[in-house]
Write a protein that binds this ligand. Structure first.
Ligand SMILES: *Cc1c(COP(=O)(O)O)cnc(C)c1O
Length: 373
């Protein structure tokens, strides 16, 4: 499908244009939303049950539980595994801060691991981080590319650690033919609007093969109760609304074509960007990248970003300040230089515009300007 732009290409290139993806499936979304509005039933209903069944089936997983956000999915996953104060969780230093917030929200301590050349957790250094207090590894599949999941799963099994996957950026991404989110004990997803499978507001979910974990997270998302007013554990309110679930069912049916379009746009960038100053992303052998983000690196990043801005091309930085240097984590006592590879990435990465409905002309305009930088 191609989005028809009714203006010339001399106009601004935004980093993202969510309205175009909406326009692809507009009639289906409208129908799904109105169905919910007219049903008179807005939370914990049959649309959520249907989406959970579909999302589990998409992964060939047994269980899926919808929650309010990706951060909640991660937080409740860690809680459901009984991880808390005094425990350590191994996490990539190069990630979005939510991965780390889920650990500290439970009172546990993050132990950071540097990234490999694919920007994901470097499997070679994970074992040296394991202590008597380590309870789990939180593996993030950053930018849409699967991390080295088999090597890390092996380490987790060898040391009797739980494996949690943060798939907020990797819906539908595979490693050696297997879907991200299915390697560990729990796969956690975000449906924030900009994600590959984005809702129209906040949303999240977990998938698992373990019935006890699924049941526990179902209770945790609903005040700690299975049966109304019988509160077995201390829970919270973290539900995936009926309207979001219904809209996500529509989008899930199109996820493969959505990912295909992203992959095609990425291929075009890969083959047509020719500039020695711009380092293109690499794909791990066996990984099927779904390009949630197309991240390149360059020495004078700010200069490059300003140059593109002057050409009316928007870019973003994912992420400018790594979690260990975030103000809120001052108490962890990390300093500049604690994780040099992560910090080098934070200083040089820049994400190019890549979105569903981006036209050939728009992408060529971006490429032409990058090549003449
Ligand atoms: C978006 C994101 C999250 C958090 O998801 P929300 O739904 O925004 O709470 C967690 N981890 C990563 C890697 C993300 O990109």
């Amino acid at each position: 499908m191609e989005y028809e732009r009714n203006v010339g290409i001399s106009v601004k290139i935004y980093f993202n244009e969510l309205s175009r993806q909406y326009s692809y499936y507009k009639e289906e979304y409208k129908k799904a939303a109105i169905d919910v509005l007219e049903s008179g039933w807005y939370t914990l209903g049959k649309r959520l049950e249907r989406f959970e069944a579909e999302f589990a089936a998409f992964h060939s997983s047994k269980y899926c539980v919808g929650v309010n956000s990706g951060l909640d999915a991660l937080t409740l996953a860690i809680r459901a595994l009984g991880i808390g104060p005094g425990d350590e969780v191994i996490v990539p230093a190069n990630t979005y801060i939510a991965s780390v917030l889920a650990i500290t929200e439970n009172g546990a301590s993050p132990i950071f691991v540097e990234p490999d050349e694919y920007y994901n957790m470097n499997a070679a250094t994970v074992e040296s981080c394991i202590t008597a207090r380590t309870k789990a590894i939180l593996l993030v599949h950053l930018y849409g590319q699967a991390a080295n999941a088999l090597a890390i799963k092996e380490i987790a099994l060898k040391h009797h650690l739980k494996l949690i996957e943060d798939c907020a950026q990797s819906h539908g991404a595979k490693f050696l033919g297997r879907m991200t989110g299915t390697f560990g004990d729990i796969g956690c997803f975000s449906f924030f609007p900009t994600k590959n499978l984005g809702a129209f507001g906040d949303g999240g979910a977990i998938i698992t093969e373990d019935e006890d974990i699924a049941e526990k997270i179902k209770m945790l998302r609903n005040y700690g109760s299975k049966v109304k007013y019988i509160n077995e554990i201390e829970g919270m309110n973290s539900k995936l609304d009926e309207i979001q679930a219904a809209l996500l069912s529509v989008k899930l049916a199109h996820l493969e074509e959505i990912n295909k379009e992203r992959i095609q746009l990425a291929k075009t960038y890969q083959s047509k960007i020719k500039n020695e100053r711009i380092m293109l992303p690499q794909t791990r052998e066996g990984a099927e990248h779904v390009y949630h983000l197309f991240v390149v690196r360059t020495e004078n990043r700010n200069d490059f970003q300003n140059y593109l801005k002057a050409k009316d091309i928007d870019t973003q930085i994912h992420y400018p300040i790594p979690p260990h240097l975030a103000k809120c984590y001052g108490y962890l006592g990390k300093i500049v230089g604690s994780y040099p590879v992560t910090e080098e990435y934070a200083n040089t990465v820049i994400s190019l515009p890549l979105y569903i409905g981006m036209t050939k002309e728009e992408q060529e305009y971006v490429i032409r300007n990058i090549n003449s930088y």
